[in-house]
Design a protein around this ligand. Structure first.
Ligand code: SAM
Length: 239
């Protein structure tokens, strides 16, 4: 999957996006916005903001910066901002999530909803999210991650992965591949509808790295707890 095929895919989806994926993904967005809206006075970066479907859901005393690689999706977002008078949206820019054009530590919170499975290199995006997030800030992902415990689902996901360039979506991204690395602490993983397919993952951007082995143990513990109880764990943060 490359940027050209992603842009082509979202050129096709842009006009029908809100009526289709907008509805399918609504529950997850609502859940993540509830967490983001616990505090005001934040500068928040939304990566892969798309048609801006989440923008009206942010509390107005937070400032939102949005980026996306698709001009067609952003055009719709710009119309939405105007129509809904969303004065707390600071800017929307056409930008590659793998090469963010912001200085280090520019944002209190960074969020990417349904994006990590559509980018060519999720690890590069993760490293950019960490770079632009302030130390101690939160990084939220809302995404499908391949289920390690479900062999049948995994086989289907791998088969679907062969068509990823055409559908603009990679179903075979794992939690480990998204988060492994230095400088980040896994806070919670929640299962969100539809069909238990998606995860709301919260990280804290800590200056000191969590050793890889501790991270793997915490991640697998959290994933198991979320799958069974559907609730967060490490710090008991509310959903
Ligand atoms: C599935 S849509 C999600 C849109 C929105 N976040 C939502 O909740 O509906 C994925 C978005 O990621 C954008 N995207 C894909 N690759 C990107 C990249 N490398 N840089 C920035 N945005 C990207 C797409 O253009 C699309 O708008």
């Amino acid at each position: 999957m490359d940027l050209i095929s992603i842009q082509a895919a979202y050129r096709r989806y842009a006009r029908v996006y809100d009526a289709t994926f907008g509805t399918v993904f609504a529950a997850g967005r609502k859940r993540i916005l509830r967490q983001l809206n616990r505090h005001g006075g934040q500068r928040i970066l939304e990566v892969g903001v798309g048609t801006g479907i989440s923008l009206p859901g942010y509390r107005r005393d937070n400032t939102i910066v949005g980026i996306d690689i698709s001009k067609d999706m952003l055009d719709i977002a710009r119309r939405r901002i105007e129509r809904r008078s969303l004065t707390n949206v600071e800017s929307l820019s056409e930008m590659d999530a793998e090469k963010l054009e912001f200085p280090d530590h520019s944002f209190d919170t960074v969020v990417a909803m349904y994006v990590m499975t559509v980018v060519p290199h999720p690890d590069r995006v993760m490293s950019e999210l960490r770079r632009v997030c302030k130390p101690g800030g939160d990084i939220y992902l809302l995404n499908h991650v391949m289920d390690d415990d479900d062999g049948l689902l995994q086989a289907t996901e791998r088969r679907l992965a062969r068509f990823s360039a055409r559908i603009g979506w990679r179903p075979d991204v794992t939690l480990d591949s998204l988060v492994e690395g230095a400088g980040i602490e896994l806070v919670s993983v929640d299962v969100v509808p539809p069909f238990r397919l998606f995860r709301l993952i919260r990280f804290r951007n800590v200056p000191a790295a969590m050793p890889a082995e501790s991270y793997r143990m915490a991640a697998s513990q959290i994933a198991q707890q979320s799958a069974v109880h559907n609730r967060p764990s490490l710090d008991g943060a509310p959903r």
